[in-house]
Design a binder for this molecule. Sequence first.
Ligand SMILES: Nc1nc2c(ncn2[C@@H]2O[C@H](COP(=O)(O)OP(=O)(O)OP(=O)(O)O)[C@@H](O)[C@H]2O)c(=O)[nH]1
Ligand SMILES: [Mg+2]
Length: 262
Amino acid sequence: MAYKVDHEYDYLFKIVLIGDSGVGKSNILSRFTRNEFCLESKSTIGVEFATRTLQVEGKTVKAQIWDTAGQERYRAITSAYYRGAVGALLVYDITKRQTFDNVTRWLRELRDHADSNIVIMMAGNKSDLNHLRAVAAEDAQILAEKEGLSFLETSALEALNVEKAFQTILLDIYHIISKKALAAQEAASSTGLPHGTTINVANLSDGQRAGRHVARHEHVSVRHEARHEARHGTHVARARPRILGTRALKHGTIRDGPKHGT
Ligand SMILES: Nc1nc2c(ncn2[C@@H]2O[C@H](COP(=O)(O)OP(=O)(O)OP(=O)(O)O)[C@@H](O)[C@H]2O)c(=O)[nH]1
Ligand SMILES: [Mg+2]
């Protein structure tokens, strides 16, 4: 009897979305994972995540992207959100100067809570609103260079550069991890260890471990399921992934927040 081992992906990378409220984090996430955009989306409360699997240099990489509220009072426990994250997309709104000025505040939060090797991409979102621009791309580029970040302008609405932003983050992470693995391999061979030694390239966080249980649940937030039910009038019979039982995602079993601007 043949046993099929279900290796769905080679790597699971946790990426966090951060930035002020209303900059478009949730829409960037829905654009990337479901190719959806909502003009009247509501503020996120707590935490949710969605995943997408794609190929990076011939490897199957599952990106598990976490989204939380920009508004302080709706945010879930910060340390749990950042735990195990290997990438971050720091979003501001090109039409709102304040959201760009706050980028340094978000960087500080990353430095306080995330791994020091985290790959950071800064995204100036809503590039479709060029006529309302309040942040010059050159200013953002200068900041990015100063802080050692990648930078792109995106539009979740027009599906512009969203794919590229995540691809770039994933590729950077992959390069760092392969370099680490190579260095570990070289160290092992120089100490005469036998080949085939397991190399632990990343500490799996709760989220990443739990992510393995939700491999077939591309959208795990209760909110998404509820919306699906409402739209299609169907009962969503999918098993609740175990991650919803974790502390962070208890906060993620969320209602919609208030509308932006209300
Ligand atoms: N024109 C334009 N509007 C956008 C774009 N991305 C998001 N929006 C709009 O901006 C508003 C806020 O978007 P969200 O994705 O909910 O913002 P958020 O960053 O998740 O906000 P919080 O959950 O409160 O932190 C919504 O009305 C979106 O439709 C974009 O690329 N272009
Ligand atoms: Mg949101």
